[in-house]
Design a protein around this ligand. Structure first.
Ligand code: 8YV
Length: 315
């Protein structure tokens, strides 16, 4: 549609690209900085961005797009976008909450089970021919019935906790304030106290400056040598140097990680460790959920271009 100029930042599935191309004059770029290389006459026309990925989008990008009114993020986490700078310029920002809660929570539980029941080693044991040669896999530690702590009991944290309750776990959590939960769940005002009282610590915080390094060296130490840390939020929420040291020196038993600093070029020290299960930031990575995320992103775009209220506004 002439006039409705849209930039799609990032790599999209064909079903998303086709849907955007049929509704808008679409300009596709691989990352935020590539916006700056678009011709000035194109940039002058662009009213909205379909944002995907994790490369920072800030003031200088916004300044280069004088007609920009919406940044529609593909994802619940919008820490790559400078929302304060957008608000100053009356640029709206939207995200895709809720549609991915189940998938991310499923992966959090899968990471715990994979770590504590050594699923990756078990698979290798069978494939390598070790089973007939060496017999039983060395024993694991029981997963059900232990104490689980959630840092950040938002939408995804709550889905994780509900799943863990079905594993007969005692549920503890830390949030800015107590939440409406089953009575048996324990609120901790301080993440160190939470970590001290649990066997498994799940990080479900939002990303961004306010939560950078929130799971600090002290929190990791409080979790202790029998503890397992699971992170499905952002790499930035954990003091990664402290985590690596704890994993290398037996400060904690293990970790299950879907997110890292500097993805996809993660710290190579992680690759040397056999007490950590590593995943390539695939928490929301199912066909069903990615389709729903794309649809919600486009629903926000459509609302904006129709001059209507956004479905899931951020600012
Ligand atoms: C990514 C995510 O958006 O929703 C989030 O916050 O981290 C993911 O769903 C997805 O990987 C696309 O970049």
């Amino acid at each position: 549609m002439a006039g409705n100029h849209l930039i799609a930042i990032g790599s999209y599935f064909e079903w998303d690209r086709e849907a955007m191309a049929s509704g808008y004059t679409l300009h596709e770029v691989p990352n935020a900085d590539a916006v700056l290389d678009l011709p000035a006459d194109v940039r002058a026309e662009v009213r909205a961005i379909a944002f995907k990925g994790h490369t920072p989008f800030g003031e200088r990008h916004m300044e280069s797009l004088p007609a920009l009114g919406l940044i529609a993020n593909y994802g619940v986490g919008f820490d790559a976008i400078d929302v304060a700078a957008a608000s100053e310029r009356n640029i709206q920002v939207s995200n895709t909450p809720d549609v991915l809660n189940d998938d991310v929570a499923d992966l959090a539980v899968a990471l715990l089970l994979a770590q504590s029941r050594k699923l990756i080693e078990g698979s290798t044991w069978v494939r390598s021919g070790d089973w007939p040669k060496k017999g039983e896999l060395p024993l694991n530690r029981k997963a059900s019935g232990r104490r689980a702590g959630i840092v950040g009991l938002g939408r995804i944290g709550r889905e994780i906790a509900d799943r863990l309750a079905a594993f007969k776990m005692e549920i503890h959590y830390h949030s800015r304030s107590p939440k409406d939960t089953p009575r048996s769940w324990t609120f901790h005002a301080d993440p160190v106290s939470l970590a001290r009282d649990v066997d498994y610590l799940f990080v479900a915080l939002v990303g961004g400056k306010e939560t950078a390094g929130y799971v600090s060296r002290q929190v990791i130490e409080a979790l202790g040598p029998d503890g397992i840390l699971i992170n499905i939020s952002r790499g930035s929420t954990i003091d990664e140097a402290a985590l690596l040291e704890a994993l290398e020196n037996g400060g904690i038993r293990g970790a299950g990680l879907d997110v890292f600093n500097n993805e996809p070029n993660i710290d190579p020290r992680f690759l040397e460790l056999d007490n950590v299960v590593l995943q390539p930031h695939q928490g929301s990575g199912t066909i069903e959920t990615r389709k729903a995320m794309g649809q919600l992103q486009r629903d926000n775009l459509a609302a904006f271009f129709a001059g209507e209220k956004l479905l899931t506004p951020v600012n």
